[in-house]
Design a protein around this ligand. Structure first.
Ligand code: DAK
Length: 260
């Protein structure tokens, strides 16, 4: 499928979705959010895709936030549509079966930082900058930034970022636990693909269930989260991959997973 504001490329079981409005630093407008929703659903529905990488076109930005110029003229109903559609897309990233890796190549601000935070892992170029600058515009984060950021980095660090609205370096983002890895900019996509490749070599049904257990479990209290884990653990014993993985270990050979 063709997208107006995104590039979609699949190779080696990895789909790469590239935000492609470099002149506006890949800012998110309603059309881009519609594209993103469709592209993620395309990836989720394809059996030949086992992992997704999100990145930004150009060297400057992953996503510099929601499109400020388009937001200026929103009516309250358009703002509501934009909010609901965006929140739905980001929670779809958390619900979709494949792992999603954000390869942050530059500014990840506002909605850009929020998009990265909805992903399963974040790899950042050493030149990347993160931030929730909404309060400088007189608004608050609207794509889950006030909720996902404290869950990722803790309440006080999140408050400093959201209330002061300053940008932080990739290195600082790594130190506070916002990103998994910082790599030289030229090695960003290779690093993201390497992590995706490692995940793809593991049991696909187990990877899917583990993502679900962690993402859904974080919204539950511990006893219910552990009950969810136990159910998913038990369901794993109906898969061919479970038998193959354990048999391969005992036979001292590499497992040949089929994703069933
Ligand atoms: N929107 C639209 N255009 C943007 C943009 C943005 N967020 N960020 C940059 N651009 C455009 C600039 O206007 C400029 O366009 P031209 O003048 O060339 O036409 C071009 O990209 C290059 O930007 P600069 O010339 O400013 O480049 P610099 O290197 O000097 O500065 C910068 C880069 C990233 C520091 C700066 O552009 C900047 O501060 N940008 C704004 C960053 C920002 O505040 N982002 C947060 C946006 S608010 C909600 C859901 C979500 C949200 C809110 C509500 N609901 C559900 C209700 C999210 C809100 C946000 O994300």
């Amino acid at each position: 499928m063709e997208y107006r504001n995104l590039l979609f490329e699949a190779s080696g079981r990895i789909a790469t979705i590239t935000f492609n409005r470099p002149k506006a630093l890949n800012a998110l407008n309603p059309e881009t959010m519609r594209d993103l929703s469709a592209a993620l659903r395309e990836a989720a529905g394809r059996e030949d895709i086992g992992a997704v990488i999100l990145t930004g076109a150009g060297e400057k930005a992953f996503i510099a936030g929601a499109d400020i110029s388009e937001m200026k003229s929103f009516t309250p109903m358009q703002a509501l549509d934009f909010a609901q559609a965006g929140q739905e897309v980001l929670s779809f990233i958390e619900r979709m079966p494949q792992p999603v890796i954000a390869a942050v190549n530059g500014f990840a601000l506002g909605g850009g930082c929020e998009t990265a935070m909805a992903c399963d892992l974040i790899v950042a170029a050493d030149t990347a900058r993160f931030g929730q600058p909404e309060v400088s515009l007189g608004i608050i984060p609207g794509y889950g930034g006030t909720q996902r950021l404290p869950r990722l980095v803790g309440r006080n660090i999140a408050k400093e970022l959201v209330l002061c609205g300053d940008m932080i370096s990739a290195q600082r983002a790594f130190e506070i636990g916002l990103v998994n890895r910082v790599v030289p900019a030229a090695e960003l996509m290779a690093a993201a693909r390497e992590i995706a490749g490692k995940i793809l070599s593991r049991g696909p049904t187990a990877v899917r269930a583990a993502k679900m257990a962690m993402n859904r479990g974080l919204d539950l209290d511990l006893p219910n989260a552990c009950a969810l884990e136990a159910s998913l653990f038990a369901a794993g014993f109906s898969t061919a991959d479970r038998l193959e993985g354990i048999t391969a270990f005992l036979e001292k050979r590499k497992a040949n997973f089929i994703g069933k």
